[in-house]
Design a protein around this ligand. Structure first.
Ligand code: NAD
Length: 354
């Protein structure tokens, strides 16, 4: 029998429905679209462009990210599956022709994959894509979309934080709670507003000094340096910048009761680091549960239910979902990540059996 190549092994092991390689040598376009699971509906997730060190790195990212989208949409109760796409290459390659060609590959899938905006894809790119294919969501308001999804994302993170606070402290008030927010970009900046309104004791940090200054000028918050994070005695750490921030090194040093933030893929390894957090008695609110405000927004654009009130009211469900996940985790003595995955996968299984 012929031995599988490592690439094929990687793909088949992950249980994805389809992985589509797209290329146009003249334009220098290389993209991979990952359709992970469409049991609950069309697969949905952003396109990101990144100059990966190899095509295999791009594949790894698309496999991981599309699977996370399946879990995120399932937990959020949406009739959507999980997908994601990566364009591999230097950003300098990007122009109208390039993006239009990429969009034609999405169009060929005839709605099996709907794209949204992700890292290094601009609103202009989205408009160019929409000119070629209808399977694009997350459009600016002036183009008929629901616009920037970072506000519902921040609202969901705020509510998830409150639910975790209730679980740990017995009530959900954030008043006086010491919260460190790492990354005050689109989501972090909006989150500050909710926290300050509740008189939380907010500490912020960002590598972008202008952003930091604009926030200090506007709100009663203090700053911290990344190097100071581990010496702070915190109630809540909220990672809103980078993935991979929770690893064996940082988990050993963190001094907090709760981790609740918007950043995607916070756990460097989701089979090891969730357990390490549990062992340290830190309540980790899984990222794919707490940051689903964005997918809730683009999903409503897909089904043409263009009401921001509706998006915010569906986002409110994050509070009770966090309670469910934390309760199941303590009842079954499993990590919060395992508990969130179980709830997400059970919903998909129930739908498969119908
Ligand atoms: P953003 O790019 O607007 O903000 C990220 C901020 O983090 C920037 O201000 C950047 O300067 C800062 N940063 C980067 N590296 C840092 C470091 N080492 N230390 C401190 N700060 C650092 O992104 P965003 O839209 O606010 O999203 C934040 C996170 O949430 C990302 O991980 C994103 O993938 C995730 N997320 C966002 C949405 C959304 O709707 N925007 C939805 C789901 C998940």
């Amino acid at each position: 029998m012929q031995k599988n190549s490592s690439l094929s092994e990687k793909i088949f092991k992950q249980d994805h429905e389809q992985i589509i390689y797209c290329s146009d040598n003249k334009l220098g376009l290389k993209a991979i679209i990952g359709v992970h699971d469409t049991t609950l509906g069309s697969s949905m997730g952003g396109t990101r462009m990144w100059n990966y060190s190899s095509e295999d790195e791009g594949l790894k990212d698309v496999l991981r990210l599309s699977k996370a989208m399946t879990l995120k949409s399932s937990l959020a109760g949406l009739n959507a599956g999980g997908g994601k796409a990566v364009i591999i290459g230097d950003l300098k390659l990007k122009n109208k022709n390039f993006i239009e060609k990429y969009a034609s590959f999405i169009n060929d899938l005839n709605g099996k994959y709907w794209t949204a905006q992700d890292v290094n894809i601009s609103s202009q790119d989205m408009i160019w894509m929409k000119g070629v294919t209808p399977f694009v969501v997350g459009m600016p308001e002036e183009e008929g979309g629901l616009g920037d999804s970072s506000h519902p994302t921040a609202y969901g993170v705020y509510l998830g934080m409150k639910a975790a606070t209730k679980f740990v402290y017995g009530n959900d008030s954030l008043e006086g709670k010491k919260i460190a927010l790492q990354g005050i970009g689109k989501v972090g900046a909006k989150l500050i507003e909710y926290l300050v309104k509740e008189n939380a004791n907010v500490y912020v940090n960002d590598i972008n000094v202008d952003r930091l200054k604009s926030v200090i000028d506007k709100y009663e918050v203090k700053t911290f340096k990344n190097s100071e994070l581990y010496s702070m005695d915190l109630d809540i750490f909220s990672p809103c910048a980078l993935g991979g921030i929770l690893n064996s090194e940082s988990i050993k040093k963190l001094n907090c009761r709760i981790i609740a933030g918007a950043a995607n893929n916070q756990l460097e390894n989701d089979k090891i680091h969730d357990i390490e957090l549990k062992e340290r008695n830190i309540v980790y609110v899984p990222d794919f549960l707490i940051n689903s405000g964005g997918i809730i927004s683009v999903y409503h654009e897909q089904i043409q239910d263009l009401s921001k009130e509706k998006v915010f009211s569906v986002t409110e469900n994050i509070y009770s979902k966090v309670e469910d996940v934390l309760n199941l985790s303590s009842k079954n003595n499993i990590s919060t990540n395992a508990s969130a995955m179980k709830i997400a996968l059970d919903r998909i299984d129930r739908n498969k059996k119908k």
